[in-house]
Design a protein around this ligand. Structure first.
Ligand SMILES: NC(=O)c1ccc[n+]([C@@H]2O[C@H](COP(=O)([O-])OP(=O)(O)OC[C@H]3O[C@@H](n4cnc5c(N)ncnc54)[C@H](O)[C@@H]3O)[C@@H](O)[C@H]2O)c1
Length: 289
């Protein structure tokens, strides 16, 4: 196994809520590979308390920050520099939340205050983190920032609701800020478009079990787990990917390139033509009931 890929590197990891969180697994792998970092989450998540267990396990300090508040991000960066003894080499943005999804509002009946909140927490927050770090010159040359995305940024997933707009904006910020930070400091910015993963944020999306099973049946390599994602993040933080920037990188076992798979044809196709409006067409294709 590769050792010490992140030896001497310093970072901030946003978004470890519990051991199912993608950020939690990234923290464990980054620690294993020699990185030191600060863990951060919203005050409400800190009250849940699990993150302190991760802090003990990885020898990391935990600092509270609401990612939508620029003054809290400034404080986080200042404190992190003090704790880690210098500038940062990597940042993980693993944050997402939609009040519209949480409240079960249909996409055709969005609450626009909630929509603003969704965009602020799940997308604009990346800009806030990057702009704050840029102004404070807080990331070393060849540093790496990774944000987590989902394929609903490009394709329609009917129950993913306004998170689809948030992910599209997130990926756009990756490209736009990737240019400016690349020119100024050779800092790399990428998003990883991850398979459905069983976490608090993931399972909060309507029909998550079907998303998960469908993607599993479709992907030649199967869904990527949060541990797999953590390995990919570590590689993206390492010096092995120095010229990768402004990309949305699919990490999904091949799902995004598929049309239909044998598994889906043979085992998972349970509709039996119920989706046809035209009964004669249904009988022609599926046979008589
Ligand atoms: N789980 C999936 O199926 C899946 C798939 C693709 C992408 N993603 C993305 O991965 C990322 C991490 O999600 P996860 O699946 O690990 O779920 P998670 O629920 O464990 O993590 C989401 C995190 O966002 C944090 N957060 C919410 N509001 C915040 C705020 N105002 N300030 C700071 N932190 C805040 C939460 O406390 C939590 O730690 C998200 O961007 C999510 O959209 C998840």
């Amino acid at each position: 196994m590769i050792q010490n890929l992140l030896n001497g590197k310093k970072g901030i990891i946003f978004g470890a809520l519990d051991e199912h969180s993608i950020a939690w697994q990234v923290a464990l792998k980054a620690h294993e590979q020699g990185a030191s970092f600060v863990l951060t989450n919203a005050p409400i998540a800190l009250r849940k308390g699990d993150i302190f267990r991760l802090g003990e396990q990885t020898g990391s300090e935990v600092i509270s920050a609401d990612i939508t508040q620029v003054d809290e991000i400034e404080n986080l960066i200042t404190e992190s520099r003090n704790i880690l003894g210098g500038n940062l080499d990597f940042i993980l943005h693993s944050v997402g939340m939609s009040p519209n999804v949480r409240k079960g509002l249909h996409y055709t009946d969005l609450d626009y205050n909630y929509l603003n909140k969704t965009l602020d927490v799940s997308a604009i927050s990346l800009h806030k983190v990057l702009q704050t770090a840029y102004k404070m010159d807080a990331i070393n040359e060849w540093g790496s920032v990774v944000a987590l995305s989902y394929i609903a940024a490009q394709r329609t997933y009917s129950t993913y609701s306004d998170m689809a707009q948030a992910k599209a904006m997130l990926e756009s910020i990756v490209r736009s800020f990737g240019y400016h930070y690349g020119k100024k400091r050779k800092v790399r910015i990428n998003s990883i478009s991850q398979s459905p993963t069983i976490t608090t944020a993931g399972t909060g999306v309507g029909g998550f079990k079907s998303f998960y099973a469908y993607a599993q049946c479709m992907s030649p390599l199967g869904n990527a787990s949060s541990e797999d994602c953590a390995n990919f993040c570590v590689m993206m933080f390492s010096d092995l990917t120095k010229k990768v920037t402004m990309q949305n990188l699919f990490h999904d076992g091949g799902y995004s390139t598929m049309g239909i798979s044998e598994t889906l044809i043979q085992s998972c196709f349970t509709c039996q033509g119920e989706c046809f409006d035209d009964i004669a067409e249904r009988e022609r294709v599926m046979g008589k009931k």
